[in-house]
Write a protein that binds this ligand. Structure first.
Ligand code: NDP
Ligand code: 2IT
Length: 475
């Protein structure tokens, strides 16, 4: 049997030993060989390609920091960060409406608690496997740090497919899921929330089951209903936040959403409220999509058309093609909306939904700002292309941090026991997005990548977690 010795002793492989050039080798961190580091990560985490993708971007981004600050290398911060503190995988058996037994797999990855209890959503989608949950959990560490609030990084979910399931089936599944998850979470330990396939309905069923098992009314999930501990603006927060972030980017060029044509993908929670906020700021959203295809409405998705989407997706749980039938606009089955001419693009569906070709098409058609509402929606070569072309590019962990930030505000309200007004939460959210943009901008500039918010967000998110890990010793 051939054993890769790098699995046991990675350091000599990816430390070049050469002092960094950045400071003439005087203060000197050690230059890391990112390719070799990634070989080690990939050997330890085989087949998890989305996780590899997320780690590589962060590892590349923080090189200027490692070069100037030897303590991060000394304390093996990056090597420790890529290893989750705890990973939980469990069986979720449940009974469907025909009386047949179904078995799904549940996950919760408690990735990093250096700056607060694990925090991050739960995704229910048939594509879910460990590599997806790990990429999302890893991203969450830096995103949560960027919010400026005391929340660590975690993520979970299941390969359960909510599509076509009855309310009763969803309830039985979520109760079974929580029957295992409850023993791992807690208001000061780990606080899940929603993500793809997990919205108010699922959070409600899970909260009910948790409460029954623990006999305790804990702030253990966010995205709760407004009658039972939820926060105003949490449903809106991710979409609003991604638009607030885009607005900050536009301001750096003396511009705004007024009169802009905006292409949006997805038609779920994030997309819905991104459209509403764009409308409020004077822009026009002309597309929405789901896994079936996209609709193109050149007049804009406003008023009763927006209300129709809300009812279609949140109550009737139908397909976006019905919008085209109802309002007589075009529907493109099996396609993504990136070929539509626009000023601003808001990817709000899923990972790797903008390919390099699509990134090129967007730019060729005049798109000059992209704010990522979804997690990791642009492939790495697409991100590089946007950066190279000096597009205003808001990377996911900065641009969509408004959701988790407002979750932390929900926790704060729960801990004090007093709810805030819509205006107060919205104001806090807006200010948080302004701060994230500024901090990412400043970090990029400080480390020699002015205007590159990918590098800036990764560095700003990394520093706070890295310093906290050092403060807390070898844990
Ligand atoms: P929803 O489940 O409410 O909506 C997801 C939307 O994306 C649906 O329109 C869905 O279409 C579409 N979609 C999902 N997977 C695919 C796929 N593989 N191909 C094409 N379309 C797809 O989820 P959210 O709106 O909550 O989440 C959207 C994105 O935003 C995700 O990347 C999520 O991680 C991210 N995010 C969410 C936050 C939140 O607070 N909810 C916070 C931060 C980020 P269909 O119904 O046909 O599957
Ligand atoms: O990706 C994300 O940030 C979320 N799905 C929201 C997480 C949260 O805890 O609100």
């Amino acid at each position: 049997i051939q054993v890769k010795w790098s699995l046991f002793s990675p350091w000599p492989l990816f430390r070049s030993g050469a002092r960094s050039e950045a400071d003439g080798g005087k203060k000197g961190g050690i230059q890391m060989d990112v390719d070799k580091f990634m070989d080690w990560v990939m050997t330890k985490n085989p087949g998890e390609k989305e996780f590899h993708q997320a780690v590589r971007e962060v590892a590349e981004s923080v090189q200027p920091v490692l070069a100037k600050n030897p303590q991060y290398e000394k304390f093996k911060i990056l090597e420790r960060m890529v290893e989750p503190e705890r990973q939980i995988m469990f069986r979720v058996p449940w009974m469907d409406d025909n009386g047949d037994i179904q078995v799904n797999r549940g996950f919760r990855i408690e990735f990093n608690s250096a700056i607060g209890p694990y925090k991050g959503g739960l995704r229910f989608h048939p594509s879910v496997y460990i590599g997806i949950i790990k990429f999302l959990g890893f991203e969450q560490i830096f995103k949560n740090s960027l919010t400026g609030l005391p929340i660590g990084g975690g993520k979970g979910g299941s390969d359960f497919d909510p599509k076509g399931k009855s309310d009763n089936e969803v309830m039985r599944f979520t109760q079974s899921f929580m029957s295992e998850l409850f023993r791992h979470i807690g208001p000061n330990t780990d606080v899940p929330a929603g993500d793809i396939g997990v919205g108010g309905r699922e959070i409600g069923f899970m909260f009910g089951q948790y409460k029954k098992l623990k006999n305790s009314y804990d702030s253990v999930l966010t995205g709760k209903g407004i009658n039972w501990g939820g926060s105003l603006v949490r449903p809106e927060a991710t979409g609003y936040g991604a638009v607030y972030f885009a607005d900050e980017m536009l301001k750096t060029r003396g511009d705004s959403f007024e009169g802009k044509t905006v292409v949006v993908s997805g038609s779920g929670n994030v997309a819905q409220y991104a459209v509403q906020k764009v409308n409020q700021l004077g822009g026009k959203c002309v597309t929405l999509s789901d896994s079936g295809g996209y609709i193109y409405d050149p007049d804009g998705i406003t008023g009763e058309k927006w209300e129709f989407v809300m009812d279609l997706k949140n109550n009737r749980r139908g397909r976006i093609s019905e919008y085209a039938e109802k309002f007589g606009c075009e529907y493109f089955p099996g396609e993504r909306p990136w070929g539509v001419k626009c000023d601003v693009a808001l990817p709000c569906a899923t990972q790797n939904e903008i390919s390099l070709e699509e990134a090129k098409t967007l730019v060729a058609n005049g798109c000059f700002a992209v704010s990522e509402g979804a997690n990791m929606p642009t492939v790495p070569a697409g991100v590089d292309y946007f950066v190279e072309k000096k597009i205003l590019f808001g990377p996911a962990k900065a641009a969509n941090a408004g959701g988790v930030a407002t979750s932390a505000l929900e926790m704060a309200q729960n801990h004090v026991g007093i709810p805030w007004s819509f205006e107060k939460v919205d104001e806090e959210l807006h200010q948080i997005m302004i701060n994230i943009h500024k901090n990412s901008w400043d970090a990029a500039k400080k480390y020699g990548h002015e205007g590159n918010l990918v590098v800036g967000a990764n560095i700003a998110g990394f520093l706070k977690v890295a310093d906290s890990m050092i403060d807390q010793g070898l844990v």
